[in-house]
Design a protein around this ligand. Structure first.
Ligand code: MGD
Ligand code: MGD
Ligand code: MO
Length: 673
């Protein structure tokens, strides 16, 4: 028997992009561990990936193409061959195109795998087909938009710089769950003498690890940042020399916006006492090199981009950027390091094609016309669970005249509504090239085990579909490895020949964004633009959330858990069972006011739907906010309604992002509902 260990890369949508070692025997992954030689992973994997082999070899894996044999949603299927599946899809699409035009076909994908080839391998196919385009904005485009409004294309600092800071602020990020290597850096900074703050809407495990935690009202961080800026200016703590040389529009901001942002005014909006806002301002401004790590949490709101923009003013005004370790880190963007257009092939688009927001799938399936959506092809995403307004999504997926194909590893909530289900490989069964959004590392890996059952990768399926459609285009005849080679072939200042060679060999490599010491701020003016005249709102200001106007008294925080990743990992019993189902955390005062007892069944509701939860009464959650962790599969929820029955299809102020966290509800005992 041959047993060997190979390198691989974690494919999941997480800022850390870990290097892994996989022990393989007889074509099976036996054990997975963090690569001790990977400069960021340094041997540490999260609880989800520690037993990735349980996901890869789960008894729940789909192993054959399936044809629906029962009602939509029921989950009854019969096995068919790949040849039959491809033939059925292609002939149905030909009919639909003849009747409605190709725009009636909508692809839906997101981030089941982050590999550059497998993640993006449907784009070329659907462009060539002429299908509707999907606007992939469910995660945090508001964060990028807010950063860009003030910092332009300035490359992010090295996140490891945090270790040199004397005040680390984890702001709207539950790093213990969502970026454990950033958490390790934060602890290292702490050991070097830094203070660690966490700013969140409830006491997360990250708050527990911090020296101090500040619990804000959901969407209230803009008010907090503006209140702090007001105090910094009032107390003479703005760094005049830094501002003079580096910042545009400070005087106007200080004269027109900040006078209205006194901490007493900001306090009820952000939920912290005025005195705390003032103390935060003074300690922040007096710190040598305060480092803010901004998460996605505070961006999924109607004011998300504006919130990021106001927070990004803090180091501009305090001058923190001047000192190693100081600044704000929202994430890296390493787009230019690899020529992704060679995979996505926008040049295949022949005429203007409509763009459909993935955040408004419910609307698209139920309301869109000219042409209506007649076919949905869903791959490496699970919109029936993760997309907002679940009731609308499920209603759409249930349409008898909608032809749905789902390419998946598991029979997810979405797959249950498919007419045809195609089995997908896991990352261990496919090669790819990975880059990272929480740092600058990148790594290539090959397949380490053969496909489980008849599973095929995203790229392989699109090659088959292209053949099935009778296309001659040679692009679709390449292998995924050919495409990886094309991504590596480009010469770019982001990596030299030696590092490209190391990537080819499967070693982790740091990409280096080109930096110009004479022009550190990559904005049109060459300065940090507190005033940005190209924006409809030239100055940052206070902006309310959407839920403020919804007329329900409690703010609902759908939060992340260390034991799942969005709707992934619920197949691992060992991770799922200890979580005891979909629960709602509530402050004792709110529970008492509603006569709801701990452990009882409650219903949370608003205009969009109602969802049953098991109630957990806890001081970890402030009065006025309720929290639920994870995105549960409907099969594990009594009654079937997930938290996204309560979330909205409304979009963020900029970036057209999801507002999944901008939710108001009321809660009552199940007996009263
Ligand atoms: N274990 C695990 N890891 C994950 C994921 C997962 O689901 N589970 N998801 C992955 C994905 S897709 C992403 S995008 C990242 C996201 O990872 P993060 O950037 O950490 O973002 P979130 O977990 O969405 O939110 C972070 C924290 O923000 C808090 N928060 C929410 N609203 C506000 C607010 O208005 N103000 C403040 N100050 N805090 C707020 C939430 O309570 C939460 O604790 O993590 C990735 N990694
Ligand atoms: N309530 C609530 N909703 C949320 C969030 C939240 O925190 N709370 N988070 C939001 C965020 S930040 C994001 S980014 C989105 C994420 O939304 P999605 O990207 O849809 O993420 P997942 O739920 O992880 O679903 C990914 C699916 O891809 C499948 N898959 C994995 N690898 C492959 C592959 O190689 N090929 C194919 N074909 N399939 C594969 C997995 O089995 C899994 O079912 O969800 C959003 N929705
Ligand atoms: Mo995300």
């Amino acid at each position: 028997m041959s047993r060997f260990t190979v390198r691989s890369v974690c494919p999941f949508d997480c800022p850390d992009t870990c290097g892994m070692l996989v022990e393989v025997e007889d074509g099976r992954a036996l054990r997975v561990s963090g690569d001790p030689d990977h400069p960021v992973t340094r041997g540490l994997l999260c609880p989800k990936m520690n037993h990735y082999e349980r996901t890869v070899h789960s008894a729940r894996r789909l192993t054959r193409p399936l044809l629906r044999s029962g009602a939509k949603g029921e989950g009854a299927f019969v096995s068919i061959s790949w040849a039959e599946a491809i033939e059925r899809i292609c002939s149905r699409w030909r009919e639909l195109i003849a009747t409605h035009g190709a725009e009636c076909i909508l692809p839906y994908s997101y981030a089941g795998t982050m590999g550059l080839v497998q993640r993006n391998s449907g784009h070329a196919f659907f462009h060539y087909l002429g299908a509707s385009r999907l606007e992939r904005t469910i995660c945090s485009p508001a964060k990028d938009a807010g950063w860009k409004q003030i910092m332009g294309d300035t490359p992010a600092m090295d996140p490891g710089g945090m270790r040199q800071s004397d005040l680390v602020i984890l702001w709207g990020i539950n790093a213990v769950a969502t970026s454990i290597h950033a958490m390790r850096d934060a602890r290292e900074a702490q050991r070097n003498g830094a203070r660690l703050w966490a700013i969140d809407t409830y006491r997360t495990p990250t708050c527990e690890a911090a020296d101090e935690a500040f619990i804000v009202r959901p969407g209230g961080d803009g008010a907090l940042a503006l209140g702090m800026l007001h105090c910094m200016v009032r107390e003479g703590l703005a760094d005049a020399a830094f501002i003079r040389d580096n910042v545009l529009g400070f005087d106007e901001f200080a004269a027109k916006v900040l006078p209205d942002c006194a901490p007493e005014r900001m306090a009820p909006i952000c939920g912290l006492p005025a005195e705390t806002i003032r103390r935060l301002a003074l300690e922040y401004a007096r710190a040598r090199a305060p480092f803010i790590r901004l998460g996605g949490g505070l961006t999924r709101y109607g004011n998300g981009a504006m919130t990021v923009r106001t927070i990004a003013c803090l180091p501009a005004v305090s001058g923190a950027w001047q000192r190693p370790g100081g600044g704000v880190f929202t994430g890296t963007s390493t787009g230019p390091a690899f020529p992704l257009h060679k995979v996505t092939r926008e040049d295949f688009i022949r005429e203007p094609i409509r763009l459909v927001s993935m955040n408004q799938l419910g609307h698209a399936l139920n309301e869109l016309s000219a042409p209506p959506v007649m076919s949905l092809y869903c791959y490496h995403s699970n919109p029936a669970s993760v997309a907002p307004d679940q009731n609308a999504v499920i209603r759409g997926l249930g349409r008898a005249d909608l032809f749905t194909v789902v390419h998946e590893r598991f029979l997810t909530d979405t797959a249950r509504y498919a007419d045809i289900v195609l089995p997908a490989t896991s990352s261990l069964e496919q090669g790819d090239l990975y880059r990272c959004y929480g740092g600058y590392h990148s790594q290539r890996c090959g397949a380490v085990i053969p496909p489980v059952g008849e599973a095929k990768s995203n790229w392989e399926v699109f090659s088959l579909l292209a053949q099935g459609m009778g296309w001659e285009e040679p692009f679709f005849r390449q292998s995924a490895d050919d495409l990886v080679e094309q991504l590596l072939a480009l010469e770019t200042p982001w990596r030299d020949e030696a590092s490209t060679e190391r990537l080819r060999k499967g070693e982790p490599v740091f990409l280096a964004p080109p930096r110009d010491p004479l022009r550190p701020w990559q904005t049109p003016s060459g300065r940090i633009e507190i005033r940005n005249e190209r924006e409809p709102e030239p100055l940052p200001r206070l902006l309310p959330t959407h839920a403020e106007g919804d007329g329900f008294p409690l703010r609902l925080q759908p939060a992340t858990t260390p034991f799942a990743l969005n709707s992934s990992f619920y197949e691992q019993d060992e991770l799922r069972l200890p979580q005891k189902g979909q629960t709602l955390m509530m402050n004792p005062a709110d529970a008492e006011a509603r006569h709801c007892a701990a452990g009882s069944e409650v219903v949370a509701y608003n205009h969009r739907g109602e969802v049953g939860f098991c109630l957990k009464v806890t001081e970890r959650v402030p009065a006025g906010t309720v929290v639920t962790e994870g995105v549960w599969w409907r099969e594990f929820i009594p009654g079937g309604g997930g938290v996204n029955c309560l979330t909205s299809q409304r979009l963020t102020d900029c970036g057209r992002g999801s507002t999944l966290y901008d939710v108001a509800v009321e809660v009552c005992g199940k007996a009263d509902s």
